[in-house]
Design a protein around this ligand. Structure first.
Ligand SMILES: Cc1cc2nc3c(=O)[nH]c(=O)nc-3n(C[C@H](O)[C@H](O)[C@H](O)COP(=O)(O)OP(=O)(O)OC[C@H]3O[C@@H](n4cnc5c(N)ncnc54)[C@H](O)[C@@H]3O)c2cc1C
Length: 603
């Protein structure tokens, strides 16, 4: 970012930073979003390029070559849109689904973990019943009460029933082979609370038990819904990119205009409503930088280097999916569009974004690696069990050290994103076996390459019979720094024996379990992982939407005819995507999509 201006103190000037980003071509100029920018002089604003917030010029009517009328027009056939369409069609409504993906290779919603509350399936497969008030309190606490409690309540009351309905479309034999409940029944040693953060067992995992590739089977359920919905008359329009809502003189939304692959336009008129289900803006740098406060601030702090900081928070699972990524968790290329168009359409029709605060996706409390971690200076720097979303320096360097009792420690881990899944019999035995062949002695080893090994430690692995020997093999600290590291390890062990982490307040049970006492000792040196907090492959900041899915106008009243679900609807995961169960994004998209479909069909 050589173009950034520096002020006399050598700090990057904010306006220079924003201009510098624009100059790289990585994004268009950011305008009205920020108070600071809004305070720019009128003359500067005049010369600014159009922002994503500005409603585009009307589409030339002569280019609209087709018009269709439906009860419900669903924009995006993913995890929310698919189930909105299915529920509405099942209630007798006529439905059009506008989908930007091509029919060939269509993925109806990425992912494999689907979290719901007290479904019959979960209870039948060993999940302890969730106390709903306890769950709601945890959600409120994680969101620092900035979320919409009615939305949370609606999800808690309905998601179990809806999950049972959704999976009733696939046969039981398929389900037995392709679904299980995450870490259910729980091992007796599994913790349900860490450092005060609570976790629940409500996540269904869709992976084939005989296939070790990690390929998600959840989209198969969607295909079953699409088939049934089509039998009931619903129509999918592939390679149609929804561009703009039609708004009448009273401000009501009456339909959508979409662009076909051949460049022509189609008008979809909606008798009952338009459901925006078109996900977020992870592929739109301009929107990501404008909307995601932490992402923008991190970029600014890094001098505008858009390629840095696209991984998870320190100690958490790395997302590895930066802005623009189109990879599924199993590494398969997917064509799902996340260009922010659903949100733009909502804003151009009179809606606004959730108030926030608005953060990017990754970093989850309790999702740290739990074992002792030291930095480049040989210092311990955080509570490894709670994790930290604090950005580390760009030459981030972490050493993770544990002893022979590591299997007991990972068995204690609760069911958060990226945690070990003790019910996944394709994954759990190799997870436990991964260090069995690593013996003390000089030389580097590596962690298993198995796709299912979700254990979050990454880097070069060393093994020794004593800590001193281990430090010698790792050879990552020299002289005084090595002495410092040794002293830190000794202090950590003393605190473990006392049972109290006087430095960072780590959970006492985890302190006790992670004392470095029984050989062999293992050390993993990770140079350059876990830095920063990127936008992630998906975003959760959505339109201000009420519990019934109405998109709200500037008076916080419903815009007639306009609804949103999934990641187009905000007020759910505020501050960051850190939830009491893994898979709540799909769980909520599916639940709210279904409820919206049912509600619209009944109008
Ligand atoms: C690789 C990966 C793995 C994930 N794994 C999980 C998981 O295991 N559990 C979990 O809870 N969450 C997971 N997520 C997040 C989850 O997939 C999303 O949060 C969820 O799908 C959101 O649902 P949605 O309906 O809002 O969007 P999507 O399911 O993404 O559906 C949006 C659809 O709209 C289409 N579209 C977009 N714009 C337009 C337009 N203008 N016109 C027409 N169509 C349009 C897209 O092509 C897409 O089909 C994962 C995300 C990724 C990227």
């Amino acid at each position: 970012m050589s173009k950034n201006k520096k002020n006399p103190e050598g700090q990057i000037d904010r306006r220079g930073f924003l201009k510098g980003i624009a100059a790289t071509g990585a994004m268009a100029t950011i305008t009205a979003a920020h108070t600071e920018t809004a305070a720019q002089s009128a003359s500067e604003n005049k010369s600014a390029a159009k922002s994503w917030r500005d409603r585009p010029d009307p589409i030339d009517e002569s280019l609209i070559s087709e018009v269709g009328t439906y009860d419900i027009v669903v924009v995006g056939g993913g995890n929310s849109g698919m189930y909105c369409a299915s529920a509405a069609a099942n209630k007798g409504a006529s439905v059009a689904v506008i989908e930007a993906q091509a029919e060939k290779g269509y993925v109806a919603g990425a992912g494999k973990e689907v979290a719901t509350v007290n479904s019959q399936y979960a209870l039948d497969h060993g999940a302890p019943r969730i106390e709903v008030d306890d769950f709601l309190r945890e959600w409120a606490r994680r969101n620092a009460i900035c979320h919409d409690p009615r939305r949370a309540s609606c999800y808690v009351k309905n998601s179990g029933r809806i999950f049972d309905w959704v999976i009733s479309f696939v046969d039981k034999k398929w389900l037995d082979e392709n679904c299980h409940m995450f870490s259910c029944p729980p091992l007796p040693e599994c913790l349900s609370e860490v450092s005060g953060w609570r976790f629940y067992h409500g996540t269904a995992v869709f992976l084939n038990k005989n296939n070790n590739t990690g390929l998600e089977t959840w989209p198969v359920v969607a295909r079953a819904h699409k088939k049934k919905a089509e039998e009931l008359g619903a129509k999918w329009f592939f390679e149609h990119h929804a561009e703009i809502c039609d708004v009448d003189g009273s401000g009501a939304v009456t339909g959508v205009v979409a662009k076909r692959a051949d460049g022509r336009y189609v008008r979809f008129k909606a008798r009952k409503g338009v459901a925006l289900c078109a996900e977020g803006f992870a592929q739109n740098s301009e929107m990501a930088i404008d909307i995601l406060d932490t992402y923008r601030h991190e970029l600014e702090a890094r001098g505008g280097n858009i390629n840095a900081g696209a991984s998870g928070g320190q100690g958490g699972a790395q997302s590895g999916r930066g802005v623009g990524s189109a990879l599924s968790a199993s590494g398969v290329k997917i064509g799902i569009i996340r260009d922010g168009s659903g949100i733009k359409m909502g804003i151009w029709a009179g809606g606004h974004l959730e108030i926030g605060p608005r953060a990017s996706a990754s970093g989850e409390p309790g999702g740290g690696v739990w074992f002792l971690q030291l930095n480049k200076n040989g210092e311990r720097f955080f509570d490894e069990a709670a994790g930290s979303a604090m950005r580390q320096p760009s030459d981030n360097f972490t050493v993770t050290i544990h002893d022979a009792n590591w299997k007991k420690v990972i068995a204690m881990r609760p069911t958060h994103h990226g945690s070990v899944d003790t019910a996944d019999m394709t994954s759990w035995p190799p997870t436990l076996a991964q260090l069995d062949n690593v013996k003390p002695g000089p030389g580097k080893n590596s962690w298993g390459k198995d796709r299912f090994l979700r254990f979050t430690i990454q880097g070069d692995l060393y093994c020794a019979n004593t800590i001193e020997e281990l430090l010698g093999y790792m050879d990552c600290w020299k002289g005084e720094t090595r002495k410092k590291a040794l002293a830190e390890i000794q202090r950590y062990n003393e605190m473990c024996r006392k049972g109290v982490d006087e430095d960072f307040g780590k959970d006492r049970r985890i302190m006790k379990a992670t004392e470095l006492k029984d050989p062999p000792f293992y050390g993993t040196v990770n140079k350059g992982g876990g830095i920063g907090m990127g936008a992630g492959g998906y975003t959760f900041v959505g339109l201000d939407t009420d519990a019934e899915g109405h998109v709200l106008n500037s008076e916080f009243k419903p815009i007639k005819g306009l609804y949103a679900a999934g990641n187009n609807a905000g007020n759910r995961f505020i501050i960051r995507y850190q939830t009491p169960m893994a898979g709540m994004s799909i769980g909520m998209a599916m639940t709210e999509g279904c409820l919206l479909g049912e509600r619209l069909a009944a109008l």
